[in-house]
Design a protein around this ligand. Structure first.
Ligand SMILES: Cc1cc2nc3c(=O)[nH]c(=O)nc-3n(C[C@H](O)[C@H](O)[C@H](O)COP(=O)(O)OP(=O)(O)OC[C@H]3O[C@@H](n4cnc5c(N)ncnc54)[C@H](O)[C@@H]3O)c2cc1C
Length: 433
């Protein structure tokens, strides 16, 4: 009889299972482990669900990953760019103003000078925070259009409380100096990142899954009764548990709980998210021995005229991701969850835009493109999120339900944090034995 039920065999669920010292049942609704960190192999191409790069600061995670992945990890220096107004600018935009056309550069410099120097709290709108931090030009040409395209909501609705780890903040002097000279300084949490020499992100998942005795595939909860600590499975079977760990999206968990109180249900209605369709694209290269797109790893596209907000090249990051003579890309397009998307039309628009933006040259030939939809991709940080999550999590914790991981915790997190979440939840549960 399991004492603990874990919902979801993504990275967070696998990490929790790995560290638990008591009987557990790990449920996975699909037929494979990994969730968003899984990879798909097709015609010799290995595709992730868009770029999945490992950033590690925590010593425990570094040690664990090194021991389970053996020699399959390598450190890579970021080669990321922004394409706007027919110019290509190194990332981050705000530290490379010299690459901009003269008119835009002047606007960005004027904007930096005219900032009122006010330090706005993270609870401000992204728009207000960006105006105060970077000034009007950088906000107008990058921060506003790029973020509105990615998040699918206005930058006046979006809060700035997700920014701190992800948005590089050069000093005023550094931004100003960047209009005249290139600096060797690397900005941002991902200036260097780890990637897998073989097998894509799935190799990390396989290494975690190897230590988990069994996973119940094609199994998910139908109904949960928190008061009785009981779960009815999709196959009709009813199980009792002492603690429940959930890594499915927070809204889906609440939808499964029959006895969630009205305040929790109301908070669930306030959760918002976007959908991303990652199009994986296989390309026969016009020049077989050269990387495509000048070897760039990924490029951000703030302008509306391009359908995607980011395009990455797996095979420029790790040549083993594509057969010899071929390249592979990920193309990310954001939608609102209820948008009706015609993937064929979207692929036609992507094809045109890849050539127009010179990600592909006329001699490069698209062999195939396939859509990998990420139904819940980015949690929207609006003014309701913090209070709604707190209401829900307080009630769940009081009922021995741990909702963790990027979508369980309803946050903007990444693989290292997910591994830690799983590990720390397991340690807490081990202490409760
Ligand atoms: C576009 C994009 C790019 C990203 N890039 C990076 C990156 O470069 N680096 C990085 O560190 N992170 C990146 N991330 C974040 C990373 O994907 C997540 O942090 C990570 O996948 C979260 O793992 P998880 O196990 O918490 O959730 P998931 O990967 O969502 O796994 C949850 C699992 O639960 C299963 N499940 C769901 N509902 C049920 C149910 N009812 N019953 C049973 N099983 C269920 C799912 O099938 C899945 O297997 C990116 C995310 C996105 C969207």
């Amino acid at each position: 009889m399991p004492e603990i039920i874990i919902i979801g065999a993504g990275l967070t669920g696998l990490s929790c299972a790995r560290f638990l010292k008591q009987p557990f049942l790990l449920l996975e609704k699909t037929g494979n482990p990994g969730g968003l960190c899984s990879s798909e192999t097709r015609n010799g191409f290995v595709f992730d669900h868009s770029g999945h790069f490992l950033h590690m600061k925590d010593v425990r995670v570094k040690k664990l990953v090194a021991s389970i992945l053996k020699n399959n990890l390598t450190l890579i220096q970021r080669n990321a760019w922004i394409y706007t107004h027919q110019s290509t600018i190194p990332f981050p935009f705000q530290a490379h103003l010299s690459y901009l056309p003269d008119g835009l550069k002047k606007e960005c410099l004027d904007g930096i000078r005219q900032r009122n120097g006010e330090s706005l709290p993270a609870s401000s709108s992204l728009y207000a925070w960006s105006m105060a931090t970077f000034g009007s030009g950088i906000t107008r040409y990058f921060m506003k259009p790029y973020n509105e395209k990615l998040w699918t909501v206005s930058s006046r609705v979006l809060r700035a409380d997700w920014c701190a780890p992800f948005v590089p903040r050069p000093t005023i002097a550094e931004m100003t100096a960047s209009a005249t000279a290139d600096s060797a300084k690397k900005f941002g949490y991902n200036a260097h990142f780890n990637y897998f020499k073989r097998g894509g992100c799935q190799s990390l998942i396989n290494a975690f899954a190897a230590s988990v005795p069994s996973i119940a595939y094609h199994t998910s909860p139908k109904k949960i009764c928190a008061a009785k600590r009981e779960m009815q499975l999709s196959n009709g079977k009813v199980l009792s548990y002492t603690s429940l760990v959930s890594t499915q999206p927070l809204y889906a968990l609440i939808d499964h709980i029959a006895d969630a109180p009205p305040a929790v249900r109301a908070a669930r209605q306030r959760l918002r998210w976007n959908t991303v369709i990652c199009y994986n694209v296989a390309v026969r290269k016009g020049t077989p021995n050269q990387p495509i797109a000048g070897g760039r790893h990924w490029v951000y596209f703030p302008e509306k005229k391009f359908p995607f907000y980011r395009v990455g090249v797996y095979s420029n990051i790790m040549p083993a991701m594509a057969p010899k003579g071929y390249a592979s890309l990920y193309v990310e397009i954001s939608h609102r969850p209820d948008d009706r998307v015609n993937e064929k039309t979207e692929i036609a628009a992507i094809t045109r835009a890849l050539y127009e933006s010179r990600m592909l040259s006329v001699d490069d030939h698209i062999e195939f493109a396939c859509a990998s939809p990420i139904k819940c991709a980015y949690v929207i940080f609006d003014k309701s999120r913090t209070a709604a999550v707190s209401t829900i999590q307080s009630w769940l914790t009081a009922n021995n339900i741990y909702s963790i991981g990027r979508y369980g915790a309803w946050e903007y997190s990444f693989m290292e944090k997910n591994i830690i979440d799983g590990m720390e939840t397991a340690h807490t549960l081990n202490l409760c034995r």
